[in-house]
Write a protein that binds this ligand. Structure first.
Ligand SMILES: [Zn+2]
Length: 94
């Protein structure tokens, strides 16, 4: 799959603050933004890597703006954990 990795990402730093998470990986389009984890550590965590690849697939399926809009909408409606995009990505971890 076509993807890029950005370490020390400012966007991921902001997300980490918001989520109060120590380490963050977040996908925008085809780029996986990392906070407080190296590319190597991230790639060695296969479940985490597969989870983020699932989000890249979702971006591909819906397109950037539509995905971001739907993701936000589902987060408001269902919360982070039950957001259907997160449910699907968690299934892809196995
Ligand atoms: Zn996710």
């Amino acid at each position: 799959m076509n993807y890029r990795i950005k370490e020390k990402s400012f966007l991921a730093f902001i997300a980490a603050k918001k989520l109060k998470a120590k380490q963050v990986a977040m996908v925008i389009g085809k780029t996986i933004h990392l906070h407080n984890t190296s590319e190597e550590e991230f790639l060695n965590n296969r479940r985490w890597f597969k989870h983020e690849l699932a989000h890249i697939e979702q971006y591909k399926k819906y397109g950037l703006l539509k995905f971001l809009f739907l993701y936000l909408w589902y987060s408001i409606k269902y919360g982070y954990y039950n957001n259907p995009f997160e449910v699907e990505a968690r299934k892809a971890e196995e």
